[in-house]
Design a protein around this ligand. Sequence first.
Ligand SMILES: [Zn+2]
Ligand SMILES: [Zn+2]
Length: 329
Amino acid sequence: MNMYIEKIRKWFIQETVSLKEALTEVEWLSINTYTYFIVQAIGVTFFVWILSTQILSNSPRTWVNFWTIMGMIVSRYLIGMWFVTVWRHRYFSHRSFRLHPRLLWLEPTIAFICGTDVQRGVADWAATHIKHHKYSDKKEDSHSCKQKGLAWCHLLWVLKKDEGIDWALIPYMRKVKGIVWVECHQWVAIISGGAVFSLIGCYFGVSGYHSFIINFLFSLCAYFTSITILWHATSLINSAMHLVGEQRYDTGDESRNNLFCALLTLGEGWHNNHHWAFPSLSTSQKYPGRIKVKASELYWQGVTRFEKCVDMSGISIWIFIKFGICRPI
Ligand SMILES: [Zn+2]
Ligand SMILES: [Zn+2]
C-alpha cells in the first residue's frame, strides 16, 4: 500500500524543477490563459448541469435533448481526437505517411480543421512535439513529468510564455503558404469551429426551446465541454503515458504503453512503442540501428496484432493507403 502511495506522491514531486519555480514560467495575464480557464469552467459547469437536470427530470422531452447533445459532444470529441492523432501527430509532426501528390492542396484545409480544437496551430503543435521526441524527459522537453511534475505536464505547460514557433524544426510546413496563413489566423479556425457546432445544435433544437439564440448559446457551451474533454485526453499523452504502464523498450525516457489511454486516444496509448520508433536525439545517437519498425509502417503506434487492432488512427491511415488517398513513406 505504502509503495503505491509513494509512487503517486512521486508523480507530483519534480526531480529537477520545483512547481513554484515552474509556475514563474506561466503567463497568467494573457488571452491564452483566460481562454484556457473560461472554456473549461463553462464546459464543466454545463456538463454537470445537463447531467443533473437529466437525472432529476422525468420529462421525455429532456431525454431526447440530452442524448442529442451527448451525441454531439461525443462525436465532436472523436472527430477532434482523430484529427489530433492522424493529422497533427502522425502526418504534420512525424511525416509518417504522405497525402497523394494530387491531394496536397488539402493540407491547409486539414490544418484549418485541426485548429478548431483550440490546441494552437499545426506548426506550433508539431514543433513542440518534435522537440518532445528530440529531448524526451530532458530539460529542453516542454512537458516532461520527470522534470516538472504531473501538474505541469498535464495542465500548466500550455500557459507558459509564448516563445514563438521554431520553424527550423518543421521546414516543410514553412513552404506551404496556406498552412502558414492558417497558423497566423488561428482565431478564424476557432470561431468557425464553435459556430459550425452551434449551428448544428440549432438545427437539432438541442435546448428544447424554439429560440435560435438559446439553441446557439446552449450548443456553444456543449462545444466547450467537448473541447475540455479533448484537451485532457490529449494531455494524457504527455502525462499518464510517461507515468503509468508497461515499458517494453528501453527508450531512455519514461514513455509507457497503456491500454486505457490507447482506447481513449484512438491508438496513441502505445507511447513507448512510439518513442522507440521515433527515438530521442541522445538515444538514437547511442543506438544508431535500433529502429525496427518498417519505415513504410511508421504510422502504426502498435507493434503486436492486438495493439494494431486498438490503434484506430493507424487503421484509418492503412485504409487511406489501400484506397490510394495516402501513401506510406
Ligand atoms: Zn510523436
Ligand atoms: Zn512522449
